[in-house]
Design a protein around this ligand. Structure first.
Ligand code: GLN
Length: 453
């Protein structure tokens, strides 16, 4: 079948069912069909990329020329970027079809997608439950088969946790692997683009297209990108998997633990060796993250001043009134909370006590991982401590919400690649297994994930 037929089928599905899930903020049918026709023309010539004509969606944090990029916020409800993010242009150059932009927590702050200005996203497996966040729209759209794959971003778990809650595969590459240019900044030292897809094999193809050096991102890594698809079937004999005892203790749902143990047995049957390890500073990762991420966000979000772009209040009395009211009117509660915490921990007198301490902890966490990787090739554990929770359940308790990322956040603090893959469900709800490898070893993660799919 043609790309046009596939694209039309998916657009029809979105039109028919997305009112129930709210996974898209913007759908672009005319553009998608025009891109599909262009792809079909290339396909008949036979000289094309594996992704030519494949319909995908972008998280609404990636700038797309001519299409609104809201970042899930009232602040950017009227923002149309004049350029494409690097990740967007790389995928476009391969000939993908863009179906639209997916829903997300405002400025990627959240773990349930309930912080979106455009309303919560529902989990396709159970519409009374959250899809996870902040890339919840992308995860729900892939799980509901609205698109073949979707992009996401992960600052503390925002690709892996929604992938786990929605029963799909999500990979957060090494920090610097994919360009951040044109990806709206939340916490720049942690933000990383990645893929949500139905399989590791699909993720390999997308990641190959998205990864690579970009001179426009000063933290982009100039490291060769291997062919991720070539090693998907590698034999697992000789691979050592580490199980951090800190990831299997109190707080982990028992049923999830059983599901993860089953997967470990499968890896052993495929030839991998398993050993217990320790990441002793794991418990410090959430507190350190909730100093560092708000600090960086308070600085990054200072650009939304009501002057250059985004929301502007009506009839400001003076400049200060313009700043105050534009920001007060357009930022949601969680974003405001983070800006206030971030400003506090960076202020003179508190910087050493909070921000500097958190940065020191960050180093200890990275050292834990490096020590572990002297003995093991990959680290395995649950992606999240529970399955998808009920909508509204954790809205009044930010700390409970923050603990959703207890297993994912340390990976971002250390800059390492992490992947979540679906394993045996619990009570009809998906469970995610997380794999973490050393810097730039995405191929190993995709290999291990593929061998279980
Ligand atoms: N849930 C975490 C937060 O709220 C992580 C979000 C993310 O990875 N973007 O900050």
């Amino acid at each position: 079948f043609s790309s046009r037929e596939l694209t039309q089928t998916l657009l029809d599905r979105i039109a028919r069912y997305d009112a129930q899930l709210n996974s898209f903020i913007t759908v672009t049918p005319e553009l998608a069909l025009a891109q599909a026709d262009a792809a079909d023309a290339l396909l008949t010539q036979g000289d094309c990329h594996l992704l030519t004509g494949i319909p995908i969606a972008h998280k609404d944090i990636f700038c797309t020329a001519g299409i609104r990029t809201s970042c899930g916020s009232k602040m950017l409800d009227n923002f149309i970027a004049p350029y494409d993010a690097t990740v967007v242009s790389q995928l476009a150059a391969a000939g993908v079809v863009l179906l639209g932009k997916t829903n997300m927590d405002e400025f990627a702050m959240g773990s349930s997608n309930e912080n979106s200005y455009y309303g919560a996203v529902k989990n396709p497996w159970d519409k009374t439950r959250v899809p996870g966040g902040s890339s919840g729209g992308s995860a729900a759209a892939v799980a509901a088969q609205f698109c073949i794959a979707a992009t996401g971003t992960d600052t503390g778990g925002s690709i892996r946790q929604p992938a786990a809650f929605c029963g799909i595969t999500g990979i957060k590459p090494t920090y610097g692997r994919c360009s951040r240019w044109g990806m709206i900044a939340f916490a720049s030292s942690l933000d990383q683009a990645g893929v949500l897809s139905r399989s590791a094999a699909d993720a390999a193809v997308l990641l190959n297209t998205m990864a690579g050096f970009d001179a426009r991102d000063s933290t982009s890594a100039n490291v060769a990108v291997p062919d991720y698809s070539a090693t998907l079937n590698n034999d697992l004999h000789g691979v050592t998997i580490g199980l951090p005892r800190e990831y299997f203790g109190a707080g982990l749902d028992n049923h999830i633990a059983v599901s993860i143990q089953q997967a470990i047995k499968l890896y052993e049957s495929l030839g991998a060796r398993v050993r217990d390890i320790s990441l002793p500073n794991s418990a410090l990762s959430v507190p350190a993250y909730y100093v560092i991420a708000p600090a960086e966000c308070s600085s990054n979000l200072a650009r939304y001043d009501g002057v250059r772009f985004g929301h502007r209040c009506t009839a400001p009395r003076d400049l200060n009134d313009l700043y105050c009211r534009s920001r007060a009117e357009a930022f949601g509660a969680e974003v405001k909370r983070r800006i206030m915490i971030g400003t506090y921990v960076l202020s003179a007198g508190y910087y050493d006590a909070y921000y500097l301490k958190a940065q020191q902890i960050r180093r200890l966490i990275r050292d834990d991982f490096q020590r572990a990787f002297e003995d093991v090739d990959v680290i395995l554990g649950p992606t999240a401590p529970t399955t998808a929770f009920l909508l509204g359940d954790q809205c009044d308790d930010p700390v409970a919400m923050y603990l959703n990322d207890i297993y994912t956040i340390s990976t971002n603090l250390a800059g390492l690649p992490g992947l979540s893959l679906p394993v045996a469900p619990v009570n009809g709800l998906p469970v995610g297994l997380q794999l973490v490898a050393n810097d730039f070893q995405e191929a190993r993660l995709l290999n291990l994930a593929h061998r279980l799919q």
